[in-house]
Design a protein around this ligand. Structure first.
Ligand code: PBG
Length: 343
């Protein structure tokens, strides 16, 4: 019989430690816990629970449904939810003024969660104008351009009403220049120095946000933006070709006062997550976005892969790449799997 180790090598057999489940768990370098997972939720102003067609398993919920989901998040040990409002078309406008209305759906939902659960659950509120603009852009548009500084003023007003309503963290996802510093000043001026900023620092102009835009109803609006000369978000979201630029974005956001930084999408940016965590050592959050979720769910529904295993693996490798926390639509499902120790 030929020997696999003909004397030239020490008898190192890495398979030894792969032999049993308990042994693999013992030597695992990366582990997931429910505390790593943040659950993005869509709230709408209707009584009904409405499935999102392009995100099987995800629903638009009324405030009551959000309260039930928040309770479930607490039971599962998830630290926080991230809220995304579906805004009625009649409330959208070119100046996005409804974003700064303290009675808007996002603010009412935040107040409802706070009233029900106090400080037990984190509430992350998205700061960006896309749910509120008639053209679906994250910023205000003039002469075929997304105008930066006036957008930032509006974002500050939006962040202040969200903080007034009781959110714990504001998460600017707009990618305007200079918004983190301005938000910090605006929040502090309004006695919200305890409200943290999670900046979407390295947010790429990605094709993987499609189902999300569907879920919040901004894709149809974005279609109309072509007439304004701004059909996509490439003048403010980052070019997927770049990673040095991501580090510059992160450096700026930290200098301006970001408490945590986000990289997004997660699955196509594992290298970026790794570089950011290595370079800055700040709390680094990654967003497994709607398209990443939809791909796994679609393949799973077709029987082409085991959706639960693929979900778990996809989130585990995001953690392995350096993320401290992960926004994922799989959050409750994965937390349940971890609780059952079926992994
Ligand atoms: C809006 C926003 C987007 C996402 C989070 N906040 C969409 C976009 O930038 O067009 C995407 C999340 C997802 O795809 O799951 N500023």
């Amino acid at each position: 019989m030929p020997q696999p180790f003909p004397g030239r090598f020490p008898d190192t057999r890495l398979r030894r430690l792969r032999r049993h489940g308990w042994l693999r768990r013992t030597v695992a370098e990366t582990t997931l816990s429910p505390a790593d997972l943040i659950w993005p939720l869509f709230v709408h102003d209707h009584e009904a629970i409405e499935p999102v067609a392009s995100m099987p398993g995800v629903e638009r919920l009324p405030i009551e449904g959000i309260l039930r989901a928040a309770g479930e998040a607490l039971r599962l040990g998830l630290p926080a939810v991230a809220l995304f409002p579906v805004v009625e078309a009649s409330l959208k406008s070119d100046d996005a003024s409804h974003a700064a209305d303290p009675e808007n759906l996002a603010c009412r939902t935040i107040r409802a969660i706070r009233t029900e659960y106090g400080d037990a659950l984190g509430i992350i509120a998205d700061v960006a104008l896309d749910p509120y603009t008639s053209h679906g852009h994250d910023g205000l548009v003039r002469d075929g351009q997304i105008i930066n500084d006036e957008t930032v003023e509006m974002l500050c007003r939006q962040a202040v009403v969200l903080a007034d309503a009781g959110c714990s963290i504001v998460a600017p996802s707009d990618m305007m220049d200079g918004r983190v510093g301005s938000l910090r000043l605006a929040l502090d001026e309004h006695d919200h120095d305890h409200v943290a900023i999670l900046s979407y620092a390295a947010k790429y102009a990605s094709a993987f946000y499609g189902p999300f835009r569907d879920a919040v109803g901004s894709s149809a609006a974005l279609g109309t933006a072509a007439g304004l000369g701004v059909a996509d978000k490439k003048t403010y979201q980052m070019d997927v070709a770049n990673t040095d630029e991501a580090l510059r974005e992160v450096a700026l956001d930290i200098a301006e006062g970001a408490d945590m930084v986000m990289v997004k999408p997660a699955g196509t940016s594992l290298d970026v997550i790794h570089r950011v965590k290595e370079a800055f050592g700040v709390p680094t959050v990654a967003y497994q976005v709607s398209g990443e979720y939809a791909m796994i769910q679609a393949a799973s529904e077709n029987g082409w892969l085991d959706g639960r295993k693929a979900a778990l693996e996809s989130v585990l490798v995001i953690k392995r790449s350096g993320a401290d926390a992960i926004l994922t639509y799989f959050a409750p499902e994965i937390a349940r799997m971890l609780a059952r120790e079926s992994v």
